[in-house]
Design a binder for this molecule. Structure first.
Ligand SMILES: NC(=O)c1ccc[n+]([C@@H]2O[C@H](COP(=O)([O-])OP(=O)(O)OC[C@H]3O[C@@H](n4cnc5c(N)ncnc54)[C@H](OP(=O)(O)O)[C@@H]3O)[C@@H](O)[C@H]2O)c1
Length: 330
């Protein structure tokens, strides 16, 4: 083993349940990369809400137990498996997924889900790129058919995916409206691509959005909490408008009639259903954004591995998102 180590610290889940089932262990075997895989020394791992749904056992994706959560890793290549030519030891990288789990000191990933990490981003920022930016691009362009000159409402813009959506949409020439639930969140959203921001905890915010969007309404809504907002979203859309459901934590009653006159549509988004070609296109846009300088992930709360249970509680019961939550693995 290139590291000279055989065991590492990693978070393990032995049973599905609440945040307390996340156990930090110090004697987990170091994973070994097979053909077409790489071993990464993890510096930071992004924490995504989906990891809490999977941990609770309520998500469609149920890994075999025990497992280590975490997909969005940033770190350095420690070893490469057979046939890997795109990376060498010492390369800075970020991932879109891992095989052995990212809440760990080392992880193994398939080389085709690993991307070079530019010197323009630090490891924390690198851990905020994968799922958030790829999801935002997929929702806006590949499923939402967004075009320059259109108006987008990023409904829930202060978190990982929301800030990514604002930066991407602004860079591609859309008029960007965003929402957040705190003053600090609103300031962050305005600094990260939104032309205008609204507070989704204020009673009159929908009226303010309508006034800003004018008679015509909004072309595309990137929705982070559809179980709360979908019925209202349909009323904000213009003719031919689209709601992209990125986040949803329950059911909601809507009146389908609200889609008829406008011939509007509601579309679900699932990044892991994206094709290889679509993911390749997401990667090209993201890497170009880093190079051009408009793609700058914003890091919110940081947690050491010892506080992983706290992180999982806080991402769901947040007082107000302020960018991407990350786990520091060293
Ligand atoms: N479909 C997919 O493939 C996919 C991929 C990635 C993420 N997701 C989902 O997308 C959602 C957002 O992910 P994330 O990583 O950005 O999470 P996050 O960082 O925790 O951010 C959550 C966002 O939701 C906002 N929010 C809270 N209450 C809201 C309301 N009433 N109306 C609108 N927005 C509200 C928060 O705003 P404040 O905190 O400022 O109130 C914050 O901006 C999650 O449900 C996640 O599971 C789905």
């Amino acid at each position: 083993m290139a590291t000279g180590r055989t065991v590492m610290r990693a978070v393990r889940v032995f049973e599905f349940g609440g945040p307390e089932v996340l156990k930090l262990q110090s004697d987990v075997s170091l994973p070994v990369p097979k053909a077409n895989q790489v071993l990464i020394k993890v510096h930071t791992c992004g924490i995504n809400p989906v990891e809490t749904y999977i941990r609770s056992g309520t998500h469609a994706k149920k890994p075999a137990l025990p497992y280590t959560p975490g997909s969005d890793v940033a770190g350095v290549i420690e070893a490469v498996g057979e046939h890997v030519t795109a990376f060498k030891n010492g390369d800075r990288v970020f991932t879109l997924g891992t095989i052995s789990g990212g809440y760990a000191e080392y992880t193994v990933a398939s080389a085709d889900t690993v991307f070079p990490l530019s010197d323009k981003l630090d490891f924390k920022q690198g851990a905020a790129v994968g799922i958030p930016y790829f999801t935002a691009f997929h929702a806006l362009f590949q499923k939402g058919d967004a075009k320059a000159g259109e108006t987008v409402l990023v409904h829930g813009a202060s978190g990982g995916v929301g800030i990514a959506a604002c930066q991407i949409a602004r860079a591609y020439g859309l008029m960007v409206l965003g929402t957040a639930g705190t003053e600090e969140g609103m300031t962050l959203v305005l600094k990260n691509g939104a032309h205008k921001v609204f507070n989704h905890r204020k009673e009159d915010y929908l009226a303010q959005i309508k006034e800003t969007a004018g008679e015509q309404g909004i072309d595309i809504i990137i929705e982070m909490l559809a179980n709360v907002n979908l019925a209202n979203d349909l009323l904000l859309l213009k003719k031919g408008g689209r709601v992209m459901i990125v986040g949803c934590r329950g059911s909601i009653e809507i009146n389908p009639r609200d889609t008829m006159m406008k011939e509007s549509s509601i579309r679900g988004i699932f990044l892991f259903a994206a094709s290889k070609e679509e993911l390749g296109e997401c990667a090209a846009s993201v890497l170009a954004g880093v190079e051009a300088g408009w793609l700058k992930p914003v890091i919110g709360p940081e947690y050491p591995m010892e506080k992983v249970t706290e992180a999982h509680r806080e991402i769901i019961h947040s007082q107000g998102a302020l960018g991407k939550m990350v786990l520091l693995t060293r």
